[in-house]
Design a binder for this molecule. Sequence first.
Ligand SMILES: Nc1nc2c(c(=O)[nH]1)N[C@H]1C(S)=C(S)[C@@H](COP(=O)(O)O)O[C@H]1N2
Ligand SMILES: [Mo]
Length: 535
Amino acid sequence: MTGDTPLADRYPPGAGTVAIAVAAGTAALLGSFAAVGFAPGFVVAPVESTLSRVMPGFLIAFAITVLGDLGQQLNLAMAGAVVVVLYAQAVVVAVTAGRRLDERVVPLLGGPALVWGVTAALTGRPVLSLGAAVGAGVVLAVTDVSASRGPAARTPSGGRRRVLTAVGAAVGASALGYVVGRDGTAAAGGDPNGGDTGDGDRRRSDPAIYGDVEVPTFDADDQLAAAAERTFEFDGLEPLVSERFFNVSYSSVSPTPDAADWSLSVTGEVEEEPSYDYDDLAEREFQHRFVALRCVGESLNGKKLDTAVWSGVPLAPLIEEAKPNSDCDCVMVRAADDYYEEFPLEALETGFLALGMNGEPLPRSHGAPVRLLVPGHWGEISVKWITEIAFLEREADGYWERKGWHGTGPVETVAKLHATARTEDGRLAVGGHAYAGTRGIERVEVSTDGGDTWTDAELTERLPGPTGAVDDPPEHAADAWRQWRYAYDPPDGSHEVVVRATDGTGTVQPETERDAYPSGATGWVSRTVDPGSVG
Ligand SMILES: Nc1nc2c(c(=O)[nH]1)N[C@H]1C(S)=C(S)[C@@H](COP(=O)(O)O)O[C@H]1N2
Ligand SMILES: [Mo]
């Protein structure tokens, strides 16, 4: 099927062919996105998780603590670049082979076929991988057709023309792929990069996850009303139930487990190996409780601390059914994203399996359909997309511990300073949240002179204890934050505001400054306030 133009004249030599291959590779990447959206079958997902896994601990620590969310975006961009290089290599192989054989059909079909093979191998989804093949195919087909006209590709002007045609086709195909993929992502429950709990994410019964099960109702109205009522009116301060609940996942593409296929199995050093599916849990009577999460990797005054109302069932009775006889009294909890964390049975026994969040089915980015919550401990052991609780013979390292973190224990006490405002009578007000895990917050003090003198801040009323299926509910939530605020007559000019909390045991938040890596940030938050700039 040799065309009128020899293949050497359809593809320019050397750098020109590489440029066309990169263009085709980029279109293939967006083709994969178009077919899948931001979900596990997207070719970048496995590459990105692999990069995170092999990245040394100090680099990850740097990315989380210094770069924050940018670190994850860089990792994602790097994964995208790796994929484009792989694709481009596949296309170069096909063009080179075509040139040898002087067969048009070799790059035209061989290029997309190799791209498909690479994608299917990486993602394990042969059908969805066709998207990438189509992306590459469009660019190669346009290049091939345009080559029938104009000067031969081996002349400089012909070569330039071929490359420009390929780049043009790639830009068009990529733009289309992006739009289609973005819509697909939104339809599948949105929230590609974790990100915040946006509207798309909150949508009732995300069909990709909950389409085939009967989703129970989560009656958290009383709790939500209590939180709304107690929340301070303070511009720029998150309410007591977070509106933008943070996200931390080691991989930026969240899994999309089908709730109908989901199950949690208890395995290892146990007498029984019970397993629970979504219906088993959904038909139980729920508890609705406030639980806060705080990430060990956040900076001292960071925003990876939030509170929500979660609906679900306590874990202790499920563990009892398994009759564990583990020597170390410890467990490895595993998840659908291949995440794993190890910690003591004692902590697990206080745990909770959440199916609902703030009155809605658990959103994808927060671990749908079921996640673990371990009150008072660093967020990392609150395993999302949970699938297995394995009782161990001896202790082992979890995902983050293998990277050098110590984030399975109880949280440090912290008072954050996140908002300043001008009161109606012209004074200054500062405010934030304070959290001490299950120890609770007893007191928050503020200094407006750099720590010389201290005054008590006003605290929100404690959030109420659990409702629903709970005997003898405690009066107050065991693991929630409180807001604090403090209004004062500002001195002339800039001054340093410092804030510190005291937990329920009477212990003042540690003053010693320590970075987040490896055991969580400590110190007192301080901020220079210039009265002139507070409106
Ligand atoms: N399966 C799984 N669970 C996970 C993680 C993860 O990457 N995968 N990240 C953990 C970390 S480090 C934190 S701080 C919390 C954050 O929970 P959120 O994203 O719902 O806020 O989830 C934890 N559970
Ligand atoms: Mo975390």
